[in-house]
Design a protein around this ligand. Structure first.
Ligand code: UD1
Ligand code: CA
Length: 450
């Protein structure tokens, strides 16, 4: 029997230019489900149990470098400059992996849908193991040449392939693993005398075979290994990602009448029994408990929604919105960095920013928390059971005490004590009969002018 599983490391290639994206943002930083493709690739490497992860970056994109540094530290970066091919790219990681003796898996920063479960069988081989897939259209991919015994003979790149080889539809996903020492020995032998003048990583298979090392392939689904080179593929990968998300939520007991119209982020959480109506968009950081209802056309990002709460239609919950049980946030209400306690309500046309709304408090239509003085943000506190009349402006910092009332149309600049009524508006004047006299006079004037 073999000994305990070997240690694992990952080399993630991200040094390509990504010119076909035609975007000022480096390719691998484009998001899928609101998370950079590169982070999805790092997630997969972590889920595979890789104790060391090295990202190969180009000298041309300081943004990618900064991104990796922020997540994994400087030790995780290898620079390849200039990019001379995938084999050359992996060699660039050699120093960063100095002293590592286990198995190394190579993945790409532009393959965002890769899941650890799909490619875990790549480990555990003696020699080189390649993850292959059956391509609907093999154009452009390296082909896996498999011998009569099912062993992998070589990978031939599309540009180097013979007419017969071009008919092969089993393709190289790009994911490959080998023991570190073998991998770097083989890479040192790779030459660039080929159609592209590049050092092909794929050549290590043939080189391994010729020295008698074991070479094999394991299969994955095409969708799981799809690469993104252009905006169309980014959109396609996003669509695949969204499909998986909605299938997961439906399976977990979320009710959606038109799931294909709901957009999720990579980290969206939704509890069982919650209803998500058509055309809801979740940005990152949305955590929704059970039995809540998110009505159509709402946008929810960085927000928590407790059990039984109701949001929308047309609500916008921004980061720090924290809705307690049974809270209601209705149409055209924006909530940012505000905790609303159990049963509080803001049903229509309001902006609640930076503050708290106590249990059972009612925020009338058109209420604004005036949180910004042009320089600093200030907090508004509405205590439990308070009632804020429609069209009120609460100028922060300000507190509306427990059970207090604010008359409709008030501009509140000073604290309101518990149980008090505050009125901050012009007095109404009454002029009996004035309107009737005015209208008679005007009608007469108009008749005369004809
Ligand atoms: C590669 C494989 C091909 C496989 C295909 C799967 C090689 C020679 N070919 O081809 O067999 O079917 O992927 O999508 O490996 N990169 C660097 N530095 C470089 C060159 C590339 O970091 O010098 C990175 C790119 O950023 C990219 C990845 O490596 O993430 C793949 O490079 P790419 O040029 O797209 O390879 P393909 O021609 O698609
Ligand atoms: Ca590619």
């Amino acid at each position: 029997m073999s000994s305990s599983p070997k240690a694992r490391a990952a080399v993630i290639l991200a040094a390509g230019q990504g010119t076909r994206m035609k975007s000022p943002l480096p390719k691998v930083l484009h998001p899928i489900g609101h998370r950079a493709m590169l982070d999805h690739a790092i997630d997969a490497a972590e889920a595979l149990g890789c104790e060391r992860i090295v990202v190969v970056v180009g000298d041309h994109s300081p943004q990618v470098r900064a991104h990796v540094e922020a997540r994994l530290g400087t030790g995780a970066i290898a620079v390849q400059d200039p990019p001379l091919g995938t084999g050359h790219a992996v060699l660039a990681a050699r120093e960063a992996l100095a002293g590592f003796e286990g198995e190394v898996v190579i993945t790409y920063g532009d393959v965002p849908l890769l899941k650890a479960t799909d490619i875990a069988p790549v480990f555990g081989g003696e020699g080189v193991t390649v993850v292959g897939f059956e391509a609907r259209d093999p154009t452009g991919y390296g082909r896996l040449l498999i011998d009569a015994d099912g062993a992998l003979e070589a990978i031939v790149e599309h540009k180097e392939a013979s007419v017969g080889q071009l008919r092969v539809t089993v393709c190289n996903s790009g994911v490959m693993a080998a023991p570190a020492d073998l991998l770097f020995e083989l890479l040192a032998e790779v030459r660039n005398d080929n159609a592209k003048g590049e050092y092909y990583l794929t050549d290590v298979v043939g080189l391994a075979r010729s020295r008698g090392a074991v070479t094999r392939s394991v299969m994955a689904q095409e969708d799981a290994v799809m690469g993104v080179n252009a905006q169309g593929e980014l959109a396609q990968a996003e669509a695949l990602f969204q499909r998986v998300q909605r299938e997961t939520f439906l399976a977990d007991g979320v009710t959606m009448a038109a799931p294909e119209t709901v957009h999720f982020a990579w980290d969206t959480q939704i509890g069982a029994g919650t209803v998500v109506e058509p055309f809801v968009v979740f940005g990152p950081g949305a955590v929704i408990a059970e039995r809540a209802r998110i009505r159509s056309f709402s946008h929810v990002e960085g927000a928590r929604i407790a059990a039984g709460a109701e949001v929308g239609p047309y609500a916008r919950l921004r980061p720090g919105a924290d809705l307690g049980e049974g809270v209601k946030v209705g149409n055209f209400v924006e909530v940012k960095n505000v905790r609303m306690d159990r049963g509080a309500k803001a049903n229509h046309l309001s902006y609640l920013g930076d503050g708290t709304v106590g249990a059972g408090a009612n925020i009338g239509a058109g209420t604004i928390f005036c949180n910004y003085d042009g320089f600093f943000k200030h907090r508004t506190t509405v205590e439990a059971g308070a009632f804020v009349g429609s069209n009120s402006a609460l100028v922060a910092p300000v507190t509306i005490g427990e059970g207090a009332m604010v008359g409709s149309g008030s501009v509140i600049t000073r604290d309101v004590g518990p149980g008090d009524l505050a009125l901050g508006r012009a007095h109404q004047q009454a002029k009996p009969g004035w309107a009737a006299r005015f209208m008679d006079a005007m009608r007469a004037k108009k008749a005369k002018s004809k």
